[in-house]
Design a protein around this ligand. Structure first.
Ligand code: NAD
Ligand code: DAU
Length: 341
């Protein structure tokens, strides 16, 4: 199978390339990425001379470039996106443009190229369901939970999600959607909480914890997410949605303490800062559908071992994140946290 992957130079995309080319030696991947601030070809240097891998610098909003790459591929995994909630609060324009309009352009050109025959997987997010209360820990998101996004990021992802549903319904296209919880692992851009906290601590800086630190996220190792996306690509039912999660809920305070302990640091390294606007309280995924129907379950996310391994990756790869954290990232950090990183 020849896969067109969008956003393959980012965190999840680059891990997806690694996993697929390792586990499916007969597959090929063309990675289409416009290399925004979070796209980084250094994530993929090991594949530069691999015949099974090709990189195309291009934008998912550009029908011309899509018209050139789509005819020769068998399937799409569409994960290019503006992905950071805090940035969507600063400026939602690029989010709507890439995440909603970009998905519409992708769907239109895919349909024009292949009709309704070939598979297209849309990598959505659990954030489309909005927020759960802390008070009812037994409630989790299922695939039939009403969509109720609450940040500009999640609203723009919901736009793409709804278009996928509409194009399947209207045109009978072979479309499948995944909605995953928070990922962690190597090559994550250090604006996201785990690499941000680890790299700050490595530099002797405090970690900025939002609000009361009681917000809950359901943490899944990126390899488990990528395996689930591959499973859905190969065996998912057309028109269906699959939740993906680790059944691994932690409050941000628990997560912070776990990182501090792994790194041998104390509570004085926590800096409580103003809460994120509209901060979703809790995400929790019921992943029984993909487990029961497709036989996927996480194998890499066990806590705290998987977190320790991830912390170690950032400790061992200072060069990678130092380069990423320099330049324009410093302006973002100052705007967000009131000081330079
Ligand atoms: P990321 O920000 O690390 O990577 C996004 C990639 O998309 C980058 O390489 C960037 O250059 C590229 N891109 C952005 N706009 C583009 C455009 N217009 N055209 C072409 N390429 C463009 O994000 P990530 O964390 O790897 O997330 C990947 C996908 O997974 C996103 O769709 C996100 O919504 C979804 N997701 C992420 C998580 C998570 O925890 N990170 C969880 C669930 C779902
Ligand atoms: O749930 C899936 C989503 O997970 C994906 O769709 C998004 O692309 C991805 O960015 C992630 O969104 P979050 O907003 O949950 O991730 P983030 O790492 O930004 O924040 C995780 C939690 O940590 C959240 O409750 C906010 C908190 N936080 C974050 C930062 C950056 C802090 O307390 N301080 C911080 O500085």
């Amino acid at each position: 199978m020849h896969i067109l992957l969008t956003g393959g130079a980012g965190f999840i995309g680059s891990n997806f390339v690694r996993l697929v080319l390792r586990d499916r030696p007969e597959y090929r991947i063309t990675n289409l990425d416009s290399l925004t601030y979070s796209g980084n070809l250094e994530n993929l240097t090991e594949f530069e001379n691999d015949d099974r891998y090709a990189f195309v610098k291009g934008d998912v909003r550009d029908p011309e470039v899509l018209g050139k790459v789509m005819p020769s591929v068998d399937a799409v995994v569409h994960m290019a996106a503006e992905s950071h909630v805090d940035r969507s609060i600063m400026d939602s324009g690029p989010f709507v443009d890439t995440n909603t309009r970009g998905t519409q352009v992708m769907l239109d050109v895919w349909r024009r190229t292949h009709g309704s025959d070939k598979r297209f997987v849309y990598v959505s997010t659990d954030e489309v369901y909005g927020s759960l209360p802390l008070e009812n820990p037994e409630i989790k998101f299922t695939e039939t939970t009403p969509l109720d996004p609450s940040s500009p990021y999640s609203a723009s992802k919901t736009g793409g999600d709804l278009l996928v549903n509409a194009y399947h319904h209207t045109f009978g296209m072979d479309l499948v959607t995944t909605r995953c919880s928070n990922n962690f692992g190597p090559f994550q851009f250090p604006e996201k909480v785990i690499p941000l906290f680890v790299t700050n601590l490595m530099d002797g800086e405090q970690v900025p914890l939002y609000g009361d630190g009681k917000n809950v996220r359901d943490w899944l190792h990126v390899d488990d997410h990528c395996e689930a996306v591959l499973t859905v690509l190969e065996r998912g039912e057309s028109g269906e949605v699959y939740n993906i999660g680790g059944n691994n809920e932690r409050s941000n305070l628990e997560l912070t303490h776990a990182i501090l302990e792994i790194m041998g640091k104390g509570d004085e390294m926590i800096r409580y800062v103003e809460d994120r606007l509209g901060h979703d309280r809790r995400y929790a995924i019921d992943a029984s559908k993909i487990k029961n129907e497709l036989g996927w379950s996480p194998s890499r996310s066990a806590w705290p071992g998987a977190l320790e391994e991830t912390v170690k990756w950032y400790v061992d790869n200072r060069q990678w994140w130092e380069r990423v954290k320099s330049g324009a990232y410093q302006d973002y950090y100052e705007k967000q946290y009131g000081q330079r990183a």
